[in-house]
Design a protein around this ligand. Structure first.
Ligand code: DON
Length: 307
């Protein structure tokens, strides 16, 4: 068995030395401030052993990775009713695409494209004030990551609120079909804020552990979600977690994974470990360029592909 600590350190060193870093997202102006030279990697295994290297303890904007946790929370609240509001097929389209919504009666293809995640957020909001729903999401993240200090980066949330015209279009369009039930401003407010949660690779890998361990968090013993639902969330991550780059990610990495435009990726090796990687430069599909390359190297060296 390869020495995990050494593999993680070597991959971080290799990635930090590479000249090709992708392009830092700038459509949310505050994200453009990220350091393109940053690289962090954290692996936490199901026994709780952590291997962390590079900038693995530096917080970054988790962005769409939050969608894995809002999906988990919403499934816990609404059960399989959730699938009436959002599908579970890959979209083959960019994360912020509008075009499918009209053809498909306002029902988003999956919970990870922006439209789908906004619909899931709307479900969490039902019957609550935005502040309460957001508090619920943040406390859920803190409990899973075993760290009460995790917070929302208000500058990122405000930056996205000022410039999120496309998400506003998606939300209004879904509202016209009744897929969104709450005032659009409330739903978008909660969505922008949960995307703006800042976490380190170590915290994120810890938070994802329940997905590697049949829905139970191995460090707290708490049952977060049933084993069947954990398997299904992993399935949706594999098929939809990288938008129109999901096939390429499955082909190269062979693990369920979810990316965010902050440059993070959470990947799950079922029965083995939860992995978080961060490098802010993105590829053309909006997924971390070096993050994917690092995960490909990790799964190859550890023999962790699910296939
Ligand atoms: O809604 C947005 O555009 C961002 N808050 C999240 C998008 C995102 O992270 C896409 N992932 N690669």
């Amino acid at each position: 068995m390869p020495d995990l600590d050494r593999v993680v350190r070597e991959i971080a060193d290799e990635m930090r030395a590479r000249p090709d870093r992708g392009t830092v997202a700038s459509y949310i102006p505050e994200l453009a401030r990220a350091d393109a030279a940053a690289f962090g990697l954290a692996v936490v295994d199901v026994e709780g052993r952590a291997a962390v290297a590079g900038d693995g303890d530096v917080p970054f904007s988790i962005q769409s990775i939050s969608k894995v946790f809002t999906l988990t929370l919403a499934l816990g609240m609404a059960g399989d009713r959730l699938w009436r509001r959002v599908g579970r097929e890959p979209s083959g389209s960019p994360f912020n695409s509008i075009v499918q919504l009209e053809r498909e009666a306002g029902v988003p293809r999956n919970p990870f494209i922006n439209a789908g995640a906004i619909a899931v957020t709307d479900l969490i909001l039902s019957g609550h004030q935005p502040r309460e729903a957001l508090g619920e999401i943040l406390r859920f993240m803190q409990a899973l990551a075993l760290d009460q200090t995790i917070a929302i980066d208000e500058a990122v949330a405000a930056s996205e609120k000022r410039t999120g015209f496309r998400n506003a279009a998606l939300a209004n369009y879904m509202r016209s079909f009744g897929v969104i039930e709450n005032p659009v401003d409330y739903t978008l407010g909660v969505y922008f804020h949960h995307c703006a949660i800042a976490m380190t690779c170590r915290q994120l890998a810890t938070a994802g552990l329940f997905l590697a361990h049949d829905g139970r968090h191995p460090l707290t013993g708490h049952s977060v979600i049933s084993a069947e639902r954990a398997r299904r969330i992993n399935a949706v991550m594999l098929t939809c977690g990288h938008y129109d780059g999901s096939g390429e990610f499955a082909y190269r990495v062979g693990l369920p994974g979810k990316s965010g435009v902050g440059g993070g990726i959470l990947a799950i090796a079922p029965g083995k470990a939860s992995v978080a990687v961060w490098s802010p430069g993105l590829d053309a599909a909006g997924n971390s360029h070096l993050g994917r390359i690092a995960l490909e190297s990790l799964t190859k060296r550890m023999g962790w592909s699910i296939f």
